[in-house]
Design a binder for this molecule. Structure first.
Ligand code: C2E
Ligand code: MG
Ligand code: MG
Length: 271
């Protein structure tokens, strides 16, 4: 069953798809999801610890199913609303727990699918939830992608405004892949830009990619946005992204995604 799962993104056989979809519908209730946390390092050093929360689905028979396979499916059938809500609340609870445990102003990034931004009422529930548990919204960055443009842009802009006013940071994920929609940078108030791995991985060997990256960094800085280079796998990529002005780096060169317990150990060791 593991091998055919790779085909899910390309369009799996209908029988496999409906089997996985059915299992996905039960995964939340059966406690098969967990979050891992990948460090995002400030390239100039210092600052509060930052991590991105990444969803993992461990199925007893299918094994570890990649988010790239099942998130798209959950987005298509609407399950992402329940799954995304679980991700948000779990990340918020973990952020609060680690803040209290370590006394550090830890911040977490949470990936948000376009459909999750469609309902104002759900976003208000998130804001209320943080007030109830006592976590400042400033502790969370919501990572969106240009796919939010598939929703009504005016409504998305209003909802992002609501979130920004509540204190959330908003970052545009995977920039440099897809259409890299520049209109979005004008239309929405964004705090951060995450450069996709398809750009970062070419930096060491391509002057053209270095020029594109430094231009994007300059544009982002002029718009008061901070830049994270994603998918930094090599020492060279780390030093080049720093030299090109990126503010943060994320990738296997720095650290793989960690369990909550490993995060706790890492923070204790750094204290
Ligand atoms: P993303 O938000 O761009 O997250 C970064 C992805 O790159 C993660 O894959 C991470 O494990 C991987 N990565 C980090 N460093 C490196 C590196 O140096 N090299 C390479 N090759 N990969 C690296 P992951 O965890 O498989 O997630 C894939 C995508 O699934 C995410 O991309 C995000 O779009 C989506 N996703 C993950 N968790 C969630 C979630 O809770 N909600 C939603 N809506 N989407 C999620
Ligand atoms: Mg992300
Ligand atoms: Mg990304």
């Amino acid at each position: 069953m593991r091998q055919p799962l790779r085909q899910l993104r390309r369009g799996p056989a209908p029988a496999l798809r409906s089997a996985v979809e059915c299992e996905l519908g039960r995964a939340l209730q059966r406690g098969q999801f967990r979050l891992v946390y990948q460090p995002i390092l400030r390239l100039g050093g210092g600052g509060p610890p930052l991590f991105e929360a990444l969803l993992r689905w461990e199925h007893p028979r299918l094994g570890a199913v990649s988010p790239e396979s099942f998130i798209a499916m959950a987005e298509e059938n609407g399950q992402i609303l329940y799954i995304g809500d679980w991700v948000f609340r779990t990340a918020a609870a973990e952020c609060l727990r680690l803040r209290r445990l370590t006394g550090q102003a830890l911040r977490l990034s949470v990936n948000v699918s376009p459909l999750q931004l469609a309902s104002r009422a759900s976003l208000q529930l998130w804001i209320q939830h943080l007030q109830d548990i006592g976590l400042p919204a400033q502790a969370l960055t919501l990572e969106i992608t240009e796919r939010v443009m598939s929703q009504q842009p005016r409504r998305v802009a209003e909802h992002l405004q609501l979130l920004a006013e509540a204190g959330f940071r908003i970052a545009l994920d995977d920039f440099g892949s897809g259409y890299s929609n520049l209109a979005m940078l004008g239309q929405f108030q964004l705090d951060g830009l995450k450069l996709d791995r398809s750009l970062t991985r070419c930096l060491a060997r391509s002057q053209r990619h270095r020029t594109i990256t430094s231009s994007i960094v300059e544009l982002a800085h002029q718009l008061q946005m901070q830049v994270v280079a994603e998918g930094v796998e090599e020492a060279d990529d780390a030093s080049i992204t720093r030299a090109l002005g990126c503010d943060f780096g994320q990738g296997y060169w720095f650290a793989r995604p960690l369990s909550a317990q490993q995060v706790e150990q890492r923070l204790a060791a750094a204290a």
